[in-house]
Design a protein around this ligand. Structure first.
Ligand code: SAM
Length: 308
């Protein structure tokens, strides 16, 4: 499996000498280099309070542009970062795509590590990070590192070193990120059962690098096959539980922009509902066996009473 290779700002500037447009699947993304930034934060931001989140306007402050296939709203990363970290903490997005989480980390003065299997995606993320921002606080500014690498092998990240994982994996065979290159290490290429096996490795690496007591959050959705529901999200959730996490929250995120839809929206004549939600699972790494056992007990209770 690929080892992590750091991609610095200088690597990005050298890349720009060769080309200033990258293609992610069928979408061309121009690398801006010189950003004109109108605002560094969302207007009227209110932290989410319930387990249903909905962002009809996905958010275009700073360098967020929403044109990377399958990118998540910066409101999601902002909510997670503000709830679960403080200034100077370390955040990881090991499937960073266009770097939404890292841009929010920079704006909110958190250190961050981003990884993606697609070098072009890393260049998009570096481009989105290529702005200067002088925060009002005394804090000396965050360290933001980007890597070309594989979420299943975070070899440059130490055990128990990360304060928050906030990531948005691809869903099995739904949006492909590197269709033209046929990269086998791109999880978006895999059929469901293989995808789930590989996501278990992502879960285990996440568990290894996260500090005890801290949380790992993932956004994941489902699909439909032969007019029936395929619960990808719950299967992925189980992979994270099997890796040792306990579940803290299951947040329903409503979907507004169905451009990258997982099923055709002209399907009103069929006898099924159009999927318009995803799950944000918040997992916690227990601090002790005693702490973990509380949850293990409840799952045993479930197996003995409900699941037989
Ligand atoms: C849903 S996108 C993430 C979008 C991101 N949250 C954003 O806002 O732009 C999923 C990303 O996972 C990456 N990916 C797929 N397989 C991977 C792997 N094995 N390791 C790391 N990244 C991977 C894809 O290249 C893609 O950029």
């Amino acid at each position: 499996m690929r080892e992590m290779k750091e991609i610095t700002r200088d690597d990005y500037l050298n890349f720009l000498k060769e080309k200033n447009v990258v293609k992610i699947e069928d979408v061309e993304i121009k690398l801006q280099k010189n950003w004109v930034i109108k605002s560094y934060s969302p207007k009227n931001y209110h932290p989410e309070r319930s387990t249903v989140w909905s962002f009809p306007n996905r958010g275009e402050w700073a360098t967020h542009r929403g044109n990377y296939r399958g990118n998540w709203s910066p409101y999601i990363s902002r909510n997670l970062i503000l709830r679960y970290t403080k200034k100077g903490d370390w955040i990881l997005d090991q499937m960073m795509g266009s770097g939404t989480t890292l841009v929010e980390a920079k704006l909110l003065e958190r250190n961050a590590i981003g990884v993606d299997i697609n070098l072009d995606a890393v260049m998009v993320a570096r481009d989105r990070l290529n702005f200067s921002y002088v925060p009002l606080s005394e804090y000396n500014g965050p360290i933001i590192k980007t890597y070309w690498g594989d979420a299943r092998n975070l070899d440059k990240i130490e055990d128990n070193s990360i304060d928050l994982i906030a990531t948005h994996p691809p869903y099995a065979s739904i949006i492909s990120y590197t269709k033209n290159k046929k990269q086998s290490d791109d999880l978006s290429q895999l059929p469901l059962e293989e995808y789930l096996t590989e996501m278990k490795k992502v879960a285990e690496e996440s568990f290894r690098v996260l500090k005890p007591g801290k949380v790992c959050s993932i956004l994941i959705g489902d699909t439909r096959k032969h007019k029936h529901y395929v619960p990808i999200a719950f299967r992925v959730m189980q992979a994270f539980l099997d890796a040792g996490f306990v579940l803290k929250e299951d947040i329903i995120k409503l979907q507004w922009n169905m451009k990258s839809t997982r099923e055709k929206w002209h399907a009103k004549e069929y006898d099924f509902y159009l999927i318009a939600h995803e799950h944000i699972f918040i997992f916690r790494k227990s601090e002790s066996e005693k702490d973990y056992k509380k949850f293990e007990l409840s799952s045993r209770w479930w197996n003995e009473n409900i699941g037989k």
